[in-house]
Design a protein around this ligand. Structure first.
Ligand code: PMP
Length: 405
């Protein structure tokens, strides 16, 4: 594609062009959520302003338009993930709901007492708690892949956990609290040698790294619209067709049935079977616009640009006195998690906010990951392609100016 021009893409994001506490906004909270390009805002507002209808194609003109727009969003998700068919894409509220769907539908149908579920130490709580609830309900056991001091999973220990008892492996592609990029291709290949399906949590990787579900041979892939420059309240699950077809519905209601009597209900096939109720139609339209936008900028170019920017930022952090970087994996994306000796995390975040710099302090919904490193909180700065070296310089300069006690 065209060479990456950060000043050009920044123009597309209205929220970036504001001042906060008298300084230009430096948004380094991208791992929590991303800003939206004008095209996403326009697509959403045009949906409500012109097309708005529930999705029942046959009823009338606006219904047909809304249905086409909603299904058009689904086709864009299919293309983004290179899924074989748009019927393999289920619209949900986001990553959290998608993992809960797999745990409750696939999990309850296939996992029982004595079975094992494998996750890693560096998962978001959304990829821990649903499996824990499933384990409690079924008598299965959660097994956890350990990580080394850099925050990389120890592959041999993963291999040692796999067995005939393993029923599913569910791992993140990029760890939200540390930035580690997991070797998902190798994780999947090894699980498949045991006949075990793998769910990839792509919430943190989709904004940074191209994903091809067929090339990875992933069984389930989940992500959230709001982390890929789209709206909140919408996300998607990709599942291999034979898995989705065999899975029972999770929630019941309208839109998901062929026929209902008081004695028997016949469900539609995937994906409708998993989409009970009126979905976030405008959200699906906005997500489609976000994926179009990402495609126009080009994820390979984004990945290369961000890689450089992350190196630049991490080199700068190494000069901050008393700073401890948590998560030093050889393969990282976007995230810099750290503590500073003698400083309270929250006070550092407030100090940065006074300089217009937005970062997050807290546990980032990944307590086990942080505890592996002896902390239960950190400061997290996370990059997106619209960040610049100037953003990083402002952030570093503000850190150099921290009041020292
Ligand atoms: N997994 C990972 C790796 C995440 O970073 C997040 C969001 N912080 C989630 C899951 C949950 O995503 P959501 O809140 O959009 O459902």
């Amino acid at each position: 594609g065209a060479p990456f021009d950060v000043e050009h893409v920044r123009k597309d994001f209205p929220a970036l062009h504001q001042s906060v506490n008298g300084h230009r906004l430096v948004w380094l909270d991208n791992a929590a959520t991303t800003h939206k390009p004008q095209s996403v805002i326009d697509a959403t507002s045009e949906f409500y302003g012109r097309h708005n209808s529930n999705i029942h194609r046959a009823a009338h003109t606006l219904a047909a338009r809304s249905t086409d727009l909603f299904e058009g969003g689904r086709e864009k998700v299919r293309r983004f993930l290179n899924a074989p068919s748009k019927d393999d894409i289920v619209f949900l509220r986001g990553t959290t709901e998608a993992i809960n769907l797999v745990a409750n539908s696939y999990g309850r149908a296939n996992i029982g007492p004595g079975d094992e579920i494998i996750v890693s130490t560096i998962e978001h709580h959304a990829n821990i708690v649903p499996w824990q609830l499933l384990s409690q309900a079924t008598g299965a056991t959660l097994r956890v892949i350990p990580v080394n001091d850099r925050g990389e999973i120890i592959f041999e220990q993963y291999a040692a956990l796999l067995s005939g008892r393993t029923k599913i492996v569910s791992v993140t592609h990029v760890a939200n609290a540390l930035g580690t990029v997991n070797p998902v291709r190798e994780i999947i290949a090894l699980a498949h040698a045991y006949g075990v399906p793998v769910l990839v949590d792509a919430a943190q990787s989709t904004p940074h790294i191209p994903i091809d579900v067929q090339s990875l041979d992933a069984d389930f892939v989940v992500f959230s619209g709001h982390k890929v420059f789209g709206p909140t309240g919408i996300g998607a699950l990709y599942g291999k067709k034979h898995l989705l077809e065999a899975m029972p519905p999770w929630q019941g209601g309208g839109h998901m049935i062929e026929d209902v009597t008081f004695t028997k209900t016949v469900y539609k096939g995937a994906p409708e079977k998993f989409e009970a109720g009126t979905p976030d139609i405008a959200g699906a339209v906005g997500l489609g616009a976000a994926l179009d936008y990402l495609e126009s900028v080009g994820l390979p170019a984004i990945a290369a640009y961000e890689h450089d920017l992350l190196d630049y930022a991490q080199a700068g952090l190494a000069d901050i006195k008393g700073l401890r970087l948590i998560g030093t994996a050889r393969e990282k994306a976007s995230v810099m998690s750290f503590t500073i000796e003698g400083q309270k995390n929250e006070a550092v975040a407030h100090h940065l906010d006074r300089h217009g710099v937005a970062v997050r302090s807290g546990h980032h919904c990944a307590l086990p990951a942080l505890r592996r490193f002896g902390v239960d909180q950190s400061i997290r700065a996370s990059l997106a392609f619209y960040n610049t070296r100037e953003d990083v310089d402002i952030f570093l300069k503000a850190l150099h100016r921290l009041p020292r006690h």
